[in-house]
Write a protein that binds this ligand. Structure first.
Ligand code: SF4
Length: 400
């Protein structure tokens, strides 16, 4: 990976874009910064595993390492707990003795951990360039502009925002400020039901769903029985979101035009192809996939649901999984001895490139820096943003 290469003098003067990709500059227009201070160990250093182990041992209970399901195996081996982003943030809050929370995941996840942990705990992201393309698709400025559009159309007071966990702290705070809630892929149905009950008249209440259009659409149509026509897509790159006031008035779900660049890659052809290749296969996909993929699948659910389903699957069963490749590969290895055949839904490689930025050199650099008493790559959400984001998260925790 680019940021894991030894720092050498470049032959050519790097462009600002090249600097961004190299993790040496900041991107103020994005939810993530990409400065990466300090010298990284070489990825070819044969002692990386021993160095990570030694630094972690030196830190003892002062450090708690969180590993998202989509992380590489070389990183997951050092995680104290694994899980999805919300579970990990709660796990960190339950370990108040840990001064340092090293989040092996992406930027919005580290922000959520900072929001949910105490002020004494410091959340660290080993590579600041580990953003999330989906979270980056909804900026605070764009969402504020969208609210103005909804106000001008005369519908803002009927709209309840629901933000997916995979959003920046700014978007979570916007949601909290405007009476909305956060959801995960496990509780999206309950979040939408709750949101529709918040309006004065549930029949005219609308939801602004941020930032993943697919999770919003799939939940509305599959779980709440709405039609595709009840949903409109707000495109932040078009004047008025590309929608007329009449379309906004008629809609029940206003879906932000965002998507996951990993799950968005699966197609109807992927499903048809795997059914032809693997007779008797069960297709199990994440609800961040496109609606036609979800409609063609046998089962749909969050990463935790996918893991539980495979744990309970009978011996000899065959599964095609539509989610991030690191997790699918790990599950395939784990269940091979139980004679469960697990294949990746798509023929092409589909890692989350930003998740993969957290590699062993970055983890070693982070742990050794902390062990030497140098706090690096801290993710800290400002107080006002934190308070409103927490309000939205608390509404989620109180969902029936
Ligand atoms: S898998 Fe998708 S939603 Fe998750 S971090 Fe990567 S780009 Fe973001």
């Amino acid at each position: 990976m680019t940021t894991a290469q030894p720092r050498t003098d470049l032959d050519v003067q790097p462009t600002p874009l090249a600097l961004l990709l190299l993790g040496r500059e900041a991107d103020p227009a994005s939810e993530r910064g990409v400065d990466c201070p300090g010298d990284l160990p070489s990825p070819s250093d044969p002692d990386l595993v021993a160095r990570a182990r030694a630094a972690k041992e030196k830190l003892g209970d002062k450090v708690f390492v969180l590993g998202h399901h989509y992380q590489r195996d070389e990183v997951i081996q050092f995680a104290d707990v694994t899980g999805d982003s919300f579970k990990l943030a709660r796990d960190a809050a339950a370990r108040p003795e840990a001064e340092y929370i090293v989040f092996c995941g992406v930027h919005f996840m580290a922000e959520s951990a900072d929001i949910l942990t105490s002020d004494e705990q410091k959340v660290v992201l080993p590579d600041l360039a580990a953003g999330c393309s989906m979270a980056d698709m909804a900026t605070a400025e764009q969402v504020a502009e969208c609210w103005d559009v909804l106000s001008e159309a005369g519908v803002a007071d009927q709209v309840v925002p629901v933000a997916y966990m995979n959003s920046s702290a700014d978007i979570k705070a916007f949601t909290g400020k405007h009476g909305g809630t956060i959801c995960t892929s496990s509780n999206a149905r309950r979040a939408l039901e709750w949101a529709f009950e918040q309006g004065q008249d549930p029949a005219t209440t609308k939801i602004l769903f941020l930032p993943d259009q697919h999770l919003g659409r799939n939940t509305a149509v599959r779980d709440l029985g709405m039609s595709l026509e009840d949903c409109v897509v707000y495109n932040p790159h078009k004047p008025n979101g590309g929608l007329t006031a009449e379309q906004l008035r008629d809609a029940r779900m206003i879906l932000w035009r965002g998507h996951c660049s990993v799950h968005g890659r699966f197609s109807l052809e992927s499903v048809e192809d795997v059914r032809a290749r693997v007779p008797g296969v069960n297709v199990l996909v994440h609800p961040e996939c496109k609606h036609e993929v979800v409609a063609a699948a046998d089962l749909v659910g969050s990463t935790e649901y996918i893991i539980k389903t495979l744990e309970a699957a009978p011996r000899g069963s065959k599964w095609a999984i539509g989610t991030e490749l690191n997790l699918v590969r790990r599950l395939a290895n784990r269940f091979a001895e139980e004679d469960k055949e697990i294949v990746f839904l798509d023929r092409t490689v589909c890692f989350c490139s930003t998740m993969n930025r957290i590699d062993l050199p970055h983890l070693v650099w982070t742990l050794e820096s902390l062990a030497e008493g140098t706090l690096v790559n801290r993710i800290e959400v400002d107080k006002e943003t934190e308070d409103f984001a927490k309000l939205a998260l608390e509404r989620m925790l109180a969902l029936p």
